[in-house]
Every structure is written in C-alpha cells, then in structure tokens.
Design a protein around this ligand. Structure first.
Ligand code: 5GP
Ligand code: ZN
Length: 114
C-alpha cells in the first residue's frame, strides 16, 4: 500500500531494527518503546486493521501469535510474562493503519490500560 510506513518497512524501503522475519511476518523494534521490550509484529501483506483479518486469514493470525510466543521464549521473558496488544480503530488507539501487534515485556505492565 503506497504511503503506508509499515509496508515500507516490510519492503525494506524504510529502515527499522528488524529482529525476525519469515515469508509472512516481520518483527521490529518500536521506534518509541514504552517498555524495556517493545516489538511490533506485522503481516508483510497490508491489512488496514484487525477488521480486515477474516476467517481466510486464520493461518496468518496464528502465525503472528506463534511468533510472539517464540520470541518471548527466545528472548527469555516467557516465564516472567508479557503482553500482546492489537489496537483497532480510533477508540482502540490505532495510529498506524497497517495491522500490528505490540509485544511488550520487561516490566510489570499495568491493567487496565488507559
Ligand atoms: P498504534 O497506536 O497504531 O497501535 O501503534 C503504532 C506504533 O508504531 C507506535 O507504538 C509507534 O511508536 C510505532 N511507530 C510509528 N512509526 C514508526 C516507525 O516509523 N518505525 C517504527 N519502528 N515504529 C513506528
Ligand atoms: Zn501497509
């Protein structure tokens, strides 16, 4: 999608600190981290929000979740705990219109979020 910053990162047209990628999924560091570990997991293909990930994309959604768990184990914070968040739409606080999951860890995270 032209003008989508996460598509540009996925296509390597814009720099990011990439920590994992496979055919479908890219993981990179959030540019403004709010926790000691703050990663963004995106599908390489453009989906504007979670609303666009339908039944047909169940495999992709599963891959994103499995990737979060693999990273939690590889980085060594799986036992301590972590949070996976997907903000959707205006009231959900979604600022970037390319579906992404935040993976947060490294401190005790508050609940409920603001
Ligand atoms: P949202 O509010 O849409 O769920 O979160 C978007 C996230 O993307 C924010 O945490 C923000 O810091 C991050 N972000 C925005 N632009 C960039 C960028 O150009 N590079 C990286 N690595 N992260 C970005
Ligand atoms: Zn995009």
């Amino acid at each position: 999608m032209p003008d989508c910053i996460f598509c540009k990162i996925a296509n390597k047209e814009m720099p990011a600190e990439i920590i994992f990628e496979d055919e479908q999924v890219l993981v990179f560091k959030d540019v403004k981290p709010v926790a000691p570990v703050h990663l963004l997991l995106i599908p390489k293909k453009h989906y504007t929000s979670l609303l666009d990930l339908g039944e047909a994309d169940a495999g992709l959604a599963g891959s994103l979740q499995a990737t979060a768990v693999r990273i939690a184990r590889d980085f060594g914070f799986a036992e301590q705990g972590f949070r996976v968040v997907c903000n959707c739409g205006r009231d959900g606080g979604q600022l970037v219109a390319h579906v992404h999951y935040h993976l947060l860890a490294g401190r005790a995270l508050k609940w409920p979020p603001g």
